[in-house]
Design a protein around this ligand. Structure first.
Ligand SMILES: C[S@@+](CC[C@H](N)C(=O)[O-])C[C@H]1O[C@@H](n2cnc3c(N)ncnc32)[C@H](O)[C@@H]1O
Ligand SMILES: [Zn+2]
Length: 291
């Protein structure tokens, strides 16, 4: 249980104006007077409407976070977690890297914190900041690791983090505006991004006629970040065996949860075998901000 929160005010910024935050009764405020509540679980609520995008994003529901927790906890994405962790360790320990004791790993749309926890376990001197639109995910992440601080945030246009503040940024199946990623990375810092390949979980997409979410390809991400230099790229490709419940979780931990009913998906899965093969295909790319 995380009882002594990491000092998040050192790295967080006001999502309205980008100003620094100071602790005040009930939360934190910037010099311009924007107030942000601190929830009783310890995290700041920085989820404000992104400019020109209507209401703030709500992020994953409790049902989706539960499905993600179960699916990841069962080990079906262990190879992806290992690839993200190894890329983060190589990036943090490279000569000239920004990582120093107490430096920050910022996990964009980090969900319940599974990937960030693996990275922090391998980098014991670093602290983690997880941002996500989902309050359920943020609460789960805070409890998951003693060196994780977390805040709710809508990351479509702004990352509420100071300039040059992050030694590492993680972006695992997650949004994150390119110019903002460059702004928050310290000189010598690195972005580790995990991007699904078109065949990732294809058996579910084909078998259940699911919505195919168009993914940004690794090359498109690299092209959108000309200020960063590609340093490493690895693609995890394997087949895992999942039972029907895990197959349903794989569906409901993603955006299909907004378009499908669990009972209907479970009924469709019941018509097939109890266990099925699932393709895992994810590219992990490391991009460095020159020092
Ligand atoms: C596919 S999940 C990935 C979670 C985590 N990175 C992982 O791989 O386990 C996407 C995450 O993005 C969050 N999310 C969706 N839209 C968002 C937004 N506009 N701003 C911040 N987070 C968002 C969701 O709540 C969810 O936790
Ligand atoms: Zn402000």
């Amino acid at each position: 249980m995380n009882t002594a929160p990491v000092d998040d005010l050192a790295i967080l910024r006001c999502p309205h104006c980008g100003g620094g935050l100071e602790a005040v009764a009930g939360g934190a405020s910037c010099a311009a007077g924007h107030h942000h509540d601190r929830a009783r679980q310890g995290y700041l609520g920085l989820r404000v409407a992104a400019r020109g995008m209507g209401a703030p994003a709500a992020g994953d529901t409790a049902e989706m976070v539960d499905a993600r927790d179960r699916f990841q906890g069962a080990g079906h994405h262990d190879a992806v977690a290992a690839a993200v962790r190894d890329a983060a360790v190589s990036a943090a320990l490279a000569p000239g890297a920004a990582g120093a004791a107490d430096s920050w790993v910022v996990d964009l749309a980090g969900g319940p914190g599974w990937h960030l926890g693996h990275v922090l376990d391998a980098l014991p001197g670093m602290r983690g900041l997880l941002l996500d639109a989902s309050a359920v995910a943020v609460r789960r992440a805070l409890r998951s690791h003693p060196r994780i601080a977390a805040a709710t945030a809508d990351l479509r246009s702004r990352i509420p983090v100071g300039d040059d503040a992050a030694a590492l940024v993680l972006k695992v199946f997650a949004p994150g505006p390119p110019a903002e990623i460059v702004r928050v990375l310290a000189p010598g810092g690195a972005l580790v991004a995990a991007i699904p390949e078109p065949e990732h979980h294809r058996e579910l997409v084909q078998g259940l006629k699911l919505l195919k979410v168009p993914a940004v390809k690794a090359d498109e991400l690299v092209a959108a970040l000309p200020a960063l230099t590609e340093e490493a790229r690895v693609t995890v490709r394997e087949t895992v065996t999942v039972d029907r419940a895990a197959a349903a979780d794989a569906v409901f931990m993603g955006p299909n949860a907004f378009h499908q009913k669990r009972e209907a998906v479970e009924a469709a899965l019941a018509a097939g075998p109890e266990r099925r093969e699932l393709t895992v295909a994810v590219t992990v790319v490391t991009l460095r901000r020159p020092g």
